[in-house]
Design a protein around this ligand. Structure first.
Ligand SMILES: *Cc1c(COP(=O)(O)O)cnc(C)c1O
Length: 456
């Protein structure tokens, strides 16, 4: 570390505030990931498994989950808060088995967004991989099929709680013999992705009050949007929801839990960012204060922070195939990668997602090029320009006869389920690194396999 302190600082490695505490630089100037006594050399891995490559680190998922539970419990105790904390993992963020299994084996609860996600839960339940203490919250449109599966799993003894999101679902769940939640629209707006002017999910507070007593109502739920960049915005929403909770509690004595949904942001750009402990502290004190004012008991708190847990647990590696000059821009060259932003990191294109990009080899190069990255599909939108800025990476001439490889951080949330096959490119191979062992989770697709997806 001391030897390369300058480069650690430059590439923002080894820093907990940026979720890069497991990342470092080997003596040979290569990117390494440290899991306790194990160390993975990413340059070796990409030479072994080829590029493009996704590397998943379940130990990071476990660590982030356990730390989060600890932070909530710490502030609950510190403020003598009377409710309990429950974490529910929203499966839509990353449904891959290597990420979901470690979470549930550590005791995380789940949130499903569809019949198919709940179907995976049934599969785990039937294989006895599911502790009966684990709770499952069901969001998403309740089709008859989805409702049927909820009912079936309830009868089999699963701790399952459907959330009412509209008047039709209210009718459909009237006879449900178990705990129920209701989702409220959050009228407060904050700086985040997908925070639309009209929240089309849930009922307005007035609509919920108008329902009167809701049988077995346990949870008041809201979800505001993802990657909330304003700490005050998160707290404002918590305050608003707690006031609604207090009013509802007077009509529904069974109500005992406030679900604050997802939205916790991560520092993709490795710039100064609010601290988790600070946000959690403020959530607990805010709910506590509103409840004291309204003279009601403290609710249990559920958080469904998905991106926050998952994003830092995966990296994506590309090989630089060649370079091309750029005539008039901040950046001087295109580096053409052997993969696709549009296919495998689609948020680059869909929501102008920013990423932290570091070299995999040649990390201690002194001379850097100002570049943009060009994807391998024929689409001119398949590129990454860091918002029109520039990316600094080693010169290809300095790679000592090797290819230059790059690592893109925090690719663990959302990108996998959204991936596609533009130009019939193959998806990246995926390797899981855990306990010093490397397992192939997804082989590189052959042309035949990709063709089959299209009926060939
Ligand atoms: C998408 C979603 C989440 C997860 O949001 P993140 O921003 O990834 O934390 C949580 N709850 C609900 C209801 C969602 O739809």
């Amino acid at each position: 570390m001391t030897k390369y302190k300058k480069f650690y600082n430059f590439w923002k490695l080894g820093e907990e505030q940026f979720n890069t505490e497991f990342f470092g630089i080997s003596n040979d100037g290569e990117l390494v990931v440290r899991e306790g006594n194990y160390q993975y050399n990413i340059f070796d891995l990409v030479k072994k498994f080829g590029a493009p490559l996704e590397i998943a680190f379940p130990f990071i998922v476990e660590k982030r989950y356990l730390d989060l539970v600890q932070i909530f419990n710490f502030y609950i105790k510190k403020h003598n808060y009377k409710g309990r904390f429950f974490y529910h993992y929203p499966m839509k963020v990353n449904q891959n088995k290597e990420f979901v299994l470690p979470l549930i084996s550590e005791g995380a609860n789940l949130e499903t967004a569809s019949y198919n996600e709940l179907w995976l839960v049934r599969k785990l339940w039937e294989q006895d991989q599911f502790n009966s203490r684990i709770r499952v919250i069901c969001n998403g449109p309740k089709t008859d099929k989805y409702l049927g599966l909820i009912q079936e799993l309830k009868e089999k003894g699963l701790f399952i709680i459907p959330i009412i999101e509209d008047a039709t679902e209210y009718e459909a769940l009237k006879k449900f013999k178990g705990d129920i939640g209701v989702r409220m629209k959050m009228e407060i707006k904050t700086e985040s992705h997908w925070n639309k002017k009209n929240d089309r999910y849930g009922l307005s507070p007035e609509e919920i009050y108008d329902l009167g007593r809701i049988r077995n109502l346990k949870i008041l739920h809201y979800h505001m949007g993802s990657q909330s960049m304003s700490q005050d915005g998160i707290i404002e929403a918590v305050k608003t929801a707690t006031r609604v909770y207090a009013k509802l509690k007077k009509i529904n004595s069974t109500l005992d839990t406030l679900n604050i949904g997802g939205g916790m942001a991560i520092p993709y750009e490795k710039k100064k960012h609010y601290s988790t402990a600070n946000v959690v502290n403020r959530i607990i004190t805010t709910i506590g204060k509103v409840c004291s004012d309204k003279e009601i008991a403290h609710p249990n708190i559920i958080a469904e922070w998905g991106r926050y847990i998952m994003a830092p647990a995966q990296i994506t590696i590309f090989k630089i195939l060649c370079q091309k000059p750029i005539a008039k821009a901040m950046a001087k060259k295109w580096y053409v990668i052997d993969g696709s932003f549009m296919n495998d990191l689609i948020d680059t294109w869909a929501i102008r997602q920013k990423w932290h990009i570091v070299p995999v080899n040649n990390m201690t190069a002194e001379k850097l090029s100002r570049i943009w990255l060009a994807g391998a599909s024929c689409d001119s939108d398949d590129c990454y320009t860091a918002g029109g800025g520039q990316i600094l990476l080693p010169r290809l001439e300095d790679a000592n006869g090797d290819y230059q490889y790059i690592a893109l951080f925090d690719s663990g949330a959302y990108q996998d389920a959204l991936a596609s096959h533009h130009c019939l490119l193959s998806s990246p191979a995926k390797v899981i690194a855990q306990n010093g062992i490397l397992t192939i989770a997804r082989r590189r697709e052959t042309a035949d396999e990709v063709g089959k997806l299209f009926g060939w």
